[in-house]
Design a binder for this molecule. Structure first.
Ligand code: AHR
Length: 312
């Protein structure tokens, strides 16, 4: 089927208010909740029917949801893929059914011919920004870093690790001494940080925490406080996402820096779909969102308020 033919059948659907299937990963983090909220808001504003499916972190649930969207004949599918591998077969099925798929925030290892476009940040760059901030902050001091990784096998966990290691690689005084997954959740972030603290002289041998997302950092802050140390001072904290709770922690002096990941992935996704439906316009295969560093010097209370007002 040509792109033009696909566009024509989709244009017919457009007139009736499109049905969009959204296979969301789950609700593991504040960022994920914000992405879900903004996707629902965007869909409502544009008059779409959103079929929402929460996969509870399981790829098999996502695959089942996509198959069900295909069976229903939705007009498009949004997929936030929990892990990077294992998508070829179901993406092929969507393509055979002539349903465009847009990836949100995480990447897949499949050929980019199997989806219309992917919306996301440069995840390696996010890790680099975090690592460069830390290197500048500690200067010549020796710094033993502990790392809380995201969900094993997910593209942000893989790429944020790579980016951070790239950035600190040039600094002999910085080293990652412990690294474990906290699955992007607050509860596991706290639990794993407790074990790091225990193994590192009650936390006194830890200079900094790098967490692949803010929620794990927020959990770790609690663990650090319970160990009688001051997060943000005794242990520097840098993480990724820019959710309201990390700005609150920064305003309280308990976290030091975050790299923002916009939760509005649906806006660019729907723009790309609308252009495609209108005349077959093929978007770029990767539509990159901005990554911005915030520190305690950047009015964290104001950033908190702004995000709360936006409904995050
Ligand atoms: O894929 C984006 C990541 O997933 C966010 O950084 C994290 O908070 C979420 O769980």
């Amino acid at each position: 089927t040509t792109a033009a033919a696909l566009a024509i059948s989709a244009t017919a659907a457009m007139a009736q208010g499109e049905t969009i299937g959204f296979s969301q990963i789950g609700s593991e983090s504040g960022w994920r909740a914000a992405e879900t909220t903004l996707t629902r808001m965007q869909a409502e504003e544009r008059g779409y029917q959103l079929q929402f499916s929460d996969a509870q972190q399981r790829q098999e649930n996502q695959i089942a949801a996509i198959r069900s969207f295909i069976a229903q004949g939705v007009d498009a599918i949004l997929l936030a893929p929990v892990v990077a591998t294992g998508w070829d077969a179901v993406l092929q099925e969507a393509q055979e059914a002539e349903i465009p798929v847009v990836l949100l925030d995480r990447q897949v290892d499949s050929s980019d011919e199997l989806y219309l476009t992917a919306i996301g940040s440069n995840l390696v760059h996010e890790g680099e920004v975090a690592g460069e901030w830390l290197a500048a902050e500690v200067g010549d001091r020796d710094c033993r870093i502990v790392e809380l990784q995201g969900t094993t096998g997910s593209s942000p966990a893989i790429d944020r690790k790579t980016g951070f290691e790239n950035a600190i690689g040039a600094h002999d005084n910085l080293s990652i001494v412990r690294s474990q997954t906290g699955d992007f959740t607050r509860a596991l972030g706290k639990e794993v940080m407790e074990s790091f603290i225990q193994a590192e002289n009650g936390g006194r041998d830890i200079c900094a925490l790098y967490a692949h997302n803010d929620d794990m950092a927020v959990g770790a802050i609690q663990a650090i406080k319970e160990a009688g140390l001051k997060p943000g001072e005794d242990i520097l904290i840098v993480s990724i996402d820019g959710v309201p709770d990390i700005f609150q922690a920064m305003a309280n002096g308990e976290a030091n820096a975050t790299v923002e990941l916009t939760p509005d992935m649906a806006g660019p996704a729907f723009d790309a779909l609308e252009a495609f439906w209108a005349d077959g316009t093929q978007p770029e295969k990767f539509i990159q969102t901005e990554s911005k560093l915030y520190t305690q010097a950047d009015d964290p209370q104001g950033e908190y308020d702004t995000r709360k007002d936006l409904g995050y």
